[in-house]
Design a protein around this ligand. Structure first.
Ligand code: 5GP
Ligand code: MG
Ligand code: MG
Length: 176
């Protein structure tokens, strides 16, 4: 059990369980994007650890960029998505957007709106976690590491009001 700010969290996934999921995604991506030199676009801050491990397991040429987005305050979505997108030229490139977790999908829809305006060669979405009970958008998440229940999680890049990103494992909000 750990305490972050006012909340208690219980262990949910070990580093080993996370790495198996990440490696499986990386192998799939390496197969689908062999010789395509894709650009991975990590959605900050949450995706930094996942993207780092994902790319260490992606054994083909690729490039990496980051987009800064924010829709959560505390443990629930604010609905409003703040964005800081400052990309190089993505024209005619294969782009893979990398998220830590997709919940409502508001963040992804916003980034999709922006990327649809660019003349990409292809666009795909990859998320380590998906909450299928919450996600109700039509946009397809092409690569999903793990479907999880609708409970707030922290660790491995994911935070609760700034804390918990450094944890190598995943914790779930304690249900009492
Ligand atoms: P969405 O826009 O899909 O509702 O949420 C996207 C962002 O909200 C995620 O990229 C993540 O940063 C944050 N988020 C959603 N669910 C969780 C969760 O269970 N734990 C944490 N720490 N962040 C979450
Ligand atoms: Mg995120
Ligand atoms: Mg957050």
């Amino acid at each position: 059990m750990i305490q972050l700010h006012d909340l208690q969290f219980q262990p949910y996934l070990t580093p080993e369980e996370i790495q198996i999921t990440v490696r499986t995604l990386a192998l799939q991506l390496a197969e689908d994007y062999a010789d395509k030199n894709p650009i991975f676009v990590g959605v900050l801050n949450g995706a930094f650890m996942f993207l780092s491990d994902l790319l260490k397991n992606f054994e083909n040429n690729c490039e990496v960029e980051f987009a800064k987005m924010k829709s959560y305050e505390g443990t629930s979505t604010t609905g409003e998505v703040k964005i800081d997108l400052d990309f190089p030229d993505l024209t005619n490139r294969h782009v893979i957007v990398v998220e830590d977790i997709v919940d409502t999908g508001n963040t992804l829809l916003k980034i999709n709106e922006l990327l649809q305006q660019k003349k990409l060669k292809s666009l795909a979405y990859c998320s380590l976690f998906l909450k299928p009970e919450v996600y109700d958008k039509d946009l397809e998440i092409n690569y999903v590491g793990m479907a999880i229940p609708n409970k707030f999680i922290v660790g491995y890049g994911l935070d609760y009001n700034g804390l918990g990103r450094n944890l190598p494992e995943i914790y779930q909000l304690k249900s009492d």
